[in-house]
Design a protein. Structure first.
Length: 361
């Protein structure tokens, strides 16, 4: 089994408040896991229970087949990187990295070699004699990262380490974290509320809401096949419609929508979700030929938002707002603009269908 980490019915209560509610997960050695969810969903509490900074109310944290609930943080030999860099201001870069190794009473030669290796990993060898105040935020966070990696922890835990950085540095640093993880084959657990961050670096993503795991899976599966509408809404962007379904037709009040049938009963309350990139946009000249005319709707472009490679259109149909994304080149070729009357087409197979009991939160 290797040095796998297992969470078994893990629960944390503060009085009457259940912050983490009976969660189960097996993390393989060398795997990169991201806990993703809104503020207050319990993701950092799980991280703190894994490190030992928070006691477990019920259930177990199991590492290498041993229950470690009562093991003090120091004995767990897990590394942790916080949102705040927490570097020692009166120590140079190399002294900061060496600190944990000195605490473990490693021989001086081994410490020097290890510090050299860590500085090489992050490309900061020339900065070794500088103090934290002389570094940029991104450089400080890279030092904090390798300081945690220097003692060769069994597992490295990252608690929103990039959220204090600006967008460009965040992008570079998350690629750096992924590269380090692959190079060192280290088990890493990363907590974030940034969906793009989670999807871009994780082997598996754990989407959390209200102390529970809503979905665990590969980033592409989380995005393309969300198992509930909370995940469809939180990860990426979706257009939602509520209605009643009979077979493959959903009555949403103002109109009916054809969906791809997947074993639905008659007169069932459902939520439909469709990603903006799956909504097709046509200029309002002659009605386009489509496979399912029922799903062709007239609308008007109210807002145009440039997103770089894509352009997002906010379109008003029957008093509702629908979002459609098209690539920038296509947008230019079609000469679309705010105020244009257009047709929208919703392909039946592009809808995600959820029972209304777990509809959009």
């Amino acid at each position: 089994m290797g040095r796998d980490l297992r969470l078994e019915n893990l629960t944390k209560c503060y009085g009457n408040l259940t912050a983490v509610d009976r969660v189960n997960l097996e993390i393989k050695e060398g795997e990169f896991i991201c806990f993703l969810g809104p503020s207050g969903c319990g993701k950092t509490t799980i991280l703190r229970m894994i490190t030992g900074f928070e006691t477990v109310t019920k259930g177990n944290v199991i590492f290498n087949n041993n229950v470690i609930n009562d093991l003090i943080p120091k004995k767990r030999e897990f590394g942790i990187v916080f949102q705040s860099y927490a570097l020692f201001p009166n120590m140079t870069v190399e002294e900061n990295i060496a600190f944990g190794l000195k605490m473990r009473k490693m021989p001086k030669k081994e410490i020097a070699d290890r510090v050299d290796k860590m500085l090489d990993l992050i490309g900061l060898s020339d900065w070794r004699k500088l103090y934290p105040a002389q570094l940029s935020g991104g450089q400080q966070q890279r030092v904090a990262l390798v300081r945690a990696l220097a003692p060769d922890p069994q597992v490295l835990l990252l608690d929103e380490p990039l959220s204090a950085l600006d967008a460009k540095i965040r992008l570079r640093l998350r690629a750096e974290i992924k590269r380090l993880q692959q190079e060192l084959k280290k088990t890493m657990i990363h907590v974030t509320h940034d969906q793009e961050e989670a999807l871009s670096i994780a082997d598996r993503v754990v989407v959390m809401e209200k102390g529970q795991f809503r979905q665990v899976g590969r980033p592409i599966d989380i995005y393309k096949n969300p198992t509930c509408s909370f995940v469809a809404d939180f990860v990426g962007t979706s257009n939602f419609f509520k209605g009643r379904r009979t077979g493959d037709v959903v009555d949403i009040g103002k109109r009916k929508i054809k969906v791809k049938k997947n074993g639905a009963g008659a007169d069932e309350a459902v939520s439909l979700a469709i990603r903006p990139e799956n909504v097709e946009v046509f200029k309002k000249e002659a009605p386009p030929r489509v496979d399912e005319p029922m799903n062709l709707v007239a609308g008007r472009i109210e807002v145009v938002v440039f997103l770089g490679a894509a352009v997002r259109l906010l379109i008003e149909i029957d008093g509702e707002e629908v979002i459609a994304d098209i690539n920038e080149k296509e947008f230019g070729q079609r000469s679309l603009k705010r105020g244009d009357d257009i047709y929208l087409y919703f392909p039946p197979e592009a809808f995600l269908i959820f029972a209304d009991g777990e509809g959009k939160k």
